[in-house]
Design a protein around this ligand. Structure first.
Ligand code: GLN
Length: 484
């Protein structure tokens, strides 16, 4: 094993024994990226000198790959878009500043769907990213570069963002742990906004312990993001000691077992996960989330509405791409945006502008907000009966590159992740097994109430103990991520 094959905890143990330094770790990551990125395409840029310099400054720091929409001073931040070509970040996002204080350093920038809109990373204007478990398949999205880098051992851990499933679905596709924190748990300052009432940054890691320590590093109150309350950040990593499912009430939302289009192997692995929880002492209860069936429709009104407002700032004047053949200020806006944005981003801006326009606002946007409240209440009621919910992460394992052409089919990937995003609660994707037919990884999702990350991580850790880590599962399935 090389240093880049290790997780955070393992690497820290190596540091503690004095067997290697942060510089060695960064060098190992760089060597792996040079060897594998041609075939996996996880990274879109890597400021090797900057990462090595930070590693020398703090010889016990752990390198972390960063999704290309989180600002790191002096580095590009493309958001997977042509429109941010040539842009350099003038400052560090709060998550980066927090991470550095906690002994992590940013090392390399990873691919994503343009402005985080998508479920396969195929909407990136920069590169094609492939699933490290099968290079003919997508890594999921929108944090596909993060997931491919972690799953393919091209980094120690990564940061992703999740608006409707973008950490959890790619985590499931690439056999890694991904946590979407509760809305407000992590600052969004310096993170390019997609849908501001939903966006959260979260850890993507090789095991639950690593996700816990990285979440603890980035979470907390930030005066620059008014949605972050001054709730203390527990020591998540320490809380995992002796994590157990004994007496824990796991709720199964009855609506989720009847959803159409679910892959048979996903169903089998999810059922098996339920049995493992029961076997480890959990009490399984049935709960109901009756308004979940409207979640997809609500999300595709609210998220595009917010995106259309957030993306108005990309006008060819202040950031990145500027059209060369504009004749006046109006044509500068129109042409820069027409040339800079890809098809999916344009579709969302058009939808979002429509649902916010006068005459339609009440019928769409306002109505969607009301249904969102009902969805949130469903979760409150469910959590009165159980500690955590267990659901599939995504309806299928990773699909082939180019296989899903129709946007609606692509949107359905987030069927199981969008309701909890709308409710603002926290959720984690945890590796659960491999499909018997395709031999692809499949994760399950645990969901807990708002600001219950400690409980969520404990449940996830106890499940990991009962099931095996991602590495154990891959070994048992005889699947080693493609090495080239
Ligand atoms: N796939 C969903 C979308 O395209 C969610 C994306 C995300 O969570 N950023 O909007």
């Amino acid at each position: 094993m090389e240093l880049c094959d290790l997780g955070i905890k393992e690497l820290k143990d190596v540091f503690a024994k004095g067997e290697a330094s942060a510089e060695d770790a960064v060098k190992s990551v760089i060597a792996r990226v040079r060897a594998k990125n041609g075939s996996i395409g996880a990274y879109v840029s890597f400021d090797e000198e900057a990462a090595l310099a930070l590693a020398r400054e703090n010889p016990k720091s752990v390198p972390v790959a960063v999704k290309d929409l989180i600002n790191v001073k002096g580095q590009p931040c493309t958001c997977g878009s042509k429109i941010l070509e040539g842009y350099t970040s003038p400052y560090d996002a709060t998550v980066i500043a927090n991470m550095k204080k906690a002994g992590f350093i940013p090392a390399g920038r990873v691919n994503m769907d343009e402005f985080a809109m998508g479920s396969s990373t195929e909407n990136s204007a920069l590169a094609v990213t492939r699933n490290p478990y099968d290079v003919s398949r997508v890594p999921g999205g929108s944090s596909g570069g993060s997931a491919a880098a972690v799953g393919g051992d091209m980094c120690i851990a990564a940061l992703g963002t999740d608006t409707g499933g973008s950490i959890r679905q790619p985590a499931s596709f690439c056999n890694i742990v991904g946590v979407k924190p509760s809305y407000g748990r992590v600052s969004r300052y310096g993170v390019t906004a997609f849908a501001s009432s939903l966006d959260q940054v979260g850890p993507m890691a090789k095991c639950v312990d690593d996700a816990a320590v990285l979440l603890g590093a980035i979470a907390g109150r930030d005066p620059r993001d008014g949605t972050t309350p001054s709730l203390p950040v527990p020591d998540y990593a320490a809380a995992l000691e002796g994590a157990s499912l004994k007496g824990v009430k796991i709720g199964l939302p009855k609506e989720y077992s009847r959803m159409d289009g679910m892959d048979g192997e996903v169903k089998r692995i999810t059922d098996e996960a339920v049995e493992r929880c029961a076997g480890a002492g959990a009490e399984i209860v049935e709960v109901s989330l009756p308004h979940s069936e409207y979640a997809m429709a609500v999300y595709y009104i609210i998220a595009p509405a917010e995106a259309s407002a957030n993306l108005a700032r990309f006008d060819g004047v202040r950031y990145g791409h500027r059209s060369k053949d504009a004749s006046d200020v109006y044509s500068l806006y129109v042409k820069s945006r027409a040339e800079g944005f890809g098809a999916e981003v344009k579709r969302r801006i058009i939808m979002g502008t429509y649902v916010l326009s006068s005459g339609y606002y009440d019928a769409y946007y306002l109505r969607a907000q009301k249904v969102r409240t009902l969805i949130r209440r469903d979760f409150d009621e469910a959590f009165a009966k159980c500690d955590a919910l267990l659901t599939p992460c995504a309806p299928t394992p990773a699909f082939k590159l180019g296989e899903v052409q129709d946007p609606l089919t692509m949107y359905l990937n987030d069927l199981f992740t969008i309701p909890s995003s709308l409710a603002g609660v926290c959720a984690a994707a945890v590796p659960a097994g491999f499909a018997a037919d395709t031999r692809l990884p499949v994760g399950v999702q645990f969901i807990c109430g708002a600001f219950e990350e400690e409980k969520l991580l404990k449940v996830s850790k106890a499940f990991e103990n009962a099931t095996g880590t991602a590495r154990d599962l891959a070994a048992a399935a005889g699947k080693i991520p493609s090495v080239f």
